[in-house]
Design a protein around this ligand. Structure first.
Ligand code: SAM
Length: 385
């Protein structure tokens, strides 16, 4: 389909590519080997990353950064093309998933660990260390089985294999739980659940088969637990491209829906979502756009995003490109056009705004009645020169 283009805000080129709408969602990844190892509602697709790799003419030897790596889509897609990449995320779960999807494995070793582990004799587990909150989501035998395998996995020596089986266990545990992620809330729904052990075996088998199906090329990948607003662990001017999607403006914070995963598999990791996540700390923010009279949450968001852009500009090489997926923020009285404000911010820190590609739009209403505007999802393409 040929895109239509028009000038917006008197200066930027906006291209309409509604056929890309699905590409900025996680849906196409659900059937793909490795990409599907963790369902991440906020993710984008492999094909989106490949499209950007082609647009930016990246090849082996290039280096890509995703400062909001989420479930690691950018890194896995780069590994398929043999492109070096670095991922950063504030959430330990995202870092763990990204590392596990991109590690190098010896399939025969995984097979033999799996065989041995699944034949081990069950030992009774002490459930008293699990919080009452988490216990409500499982039947007693299922939770005992999960803890039993968790202990067995802890004894695997090779860290990559340990992560591999932990991810399999996490997926099986959640499938065999009564947990239902309803937006930002975790609910107990006593529904029929698949038998845990059978499911665990099936997931391990599928993950191993995925490794045999996917074709990765040799390259270097690093994943950091860190804050995109302050990436002092990255050197200046090292990246050829940035491909990323930051949290969307005024979206619910989803960290709480992973409370069970965190408790069972990450022990005592503590993060402060209010201070660490983009746009959640409305205190002491400078207003980037005083003339727009933005809602407080939007001021906090763009204040944080300015810091992110300064960091992205610093680490990108001269001649480097960036692709940022953003969406309009819906507030009770209006829609804030994030793509335009993000472009303004990027320009303020020194980027050139090459174009804005609109990929999705939806009508925004107050209490599903009065139309207050149109929320656009767009890809902002930037360059540094
Ligand atoms: C929209 S998701 C990215 C999804 C990713 N493109 C994928 O395909 O899985 C945004 C991510 O930003 C992370 N995040 C939020 N605030 C952050 C911060 N200050 N620094 C780094 N990562 C942050 C969240 O934990 C989340 O994983």
């Amino acid at each position: 389909m040929k895109p239509s283009t028009r000038i917006i805000s008197d200066k930027w080129l906006m291209e309409e590519r509604w056929d890309w709408g699905k590409l900025v969602t996680f849906i196409p990844n659900k059937k793909l080997p490795v990409y599907s190892w963790f369902y991440f509602k906020e993710g984008f697709s492999r094909n989106f990353v490949h499209l950007m790799i082609d647009l930016f003419k990246l090849e082996d030897g290039s280096m890509v950064l995703d400062p909001f790596v989420g479930s690691g889509t950018t890194l896995v897609a780069c590994k398929e093309r043999g492109i070096d990449s670095v991922g950063v995320d504030i959430a330990p779960l995202a870092v763990f998933v990204s590392q596990t999807k991109t590690a190098d494995y010896k399939v025969d070793e995984l097979k033999s660990i799996a065989k041995k582990m699944l034949q081990e004799r069950f030992e009774k587990q002490d459930l008293s260390k699990v919080s009452r909150f988490t216990r409500r989501f499982f039947s007693k035998p299922t939770l005992e089985d999960i803890l039993f395998f968790r202990e067995k996995i802890k004894m695997i020596e090779d860290p990559a294999s340990r992560n591999f089986f932990t991810l399999a266990l996490m997926n099986a545990a959640m499938k065999a739980s009564y947990a239902y992620k309803d937006g930002a809330v975790l609910k107990v729904v006593e529904k029929p659940v698949p038998p845990f052990r059978k499911f665990f075996k099936r997931i391990i088998k599928k993950m191993i088969k995925d490794l045999e199906r996917i074709s990765f090329k040799p390259c270097r990948i690093e994943v950091y637990l860190g804050d995109a607003r302050k990436m002092d662990f990255l050197e200046d001017e090292v990246f050829d491209a940035i491909i990323t999607s930051p949290p969307y403006l005024n979206k619910i914070e989803y960290t709480k829906v992973y409370a069970i995963e965190y408790e069972l598999f990450f022990g005592d990791v503590k993060i402060d979502p209010v201070r660490s996540y983009i746009g959640l700390n409305p205190k002491n923010v400078s207003d980037e756009f005083p003339s727009y009279n933005l809602p407080e949450a939007a001021k906090a968001y763009f204040n944080d995003m300015r810091m992110v852009f300064e960091e992205m500009f610093r680490v990108l090489k001269n001649g480097g490109r960036a692709s940022i997926v953003v969406a309009g923020g819906v507030f009770p009285d209006r829609v804030v056009e994030s793509d335009i404000l993000i472009s303004e911010l990027a320009e303020k820190v020194g980027f050139n705004v090459d174009k804005i590609i609109a990929v999705n739009k939806r009508v925004a209403t107050t209490r599903r009645v009065v139309k207050i505007g149109e929320a656009r999802e767009s890809v902002v393409i930037l360059s540094k020169s």
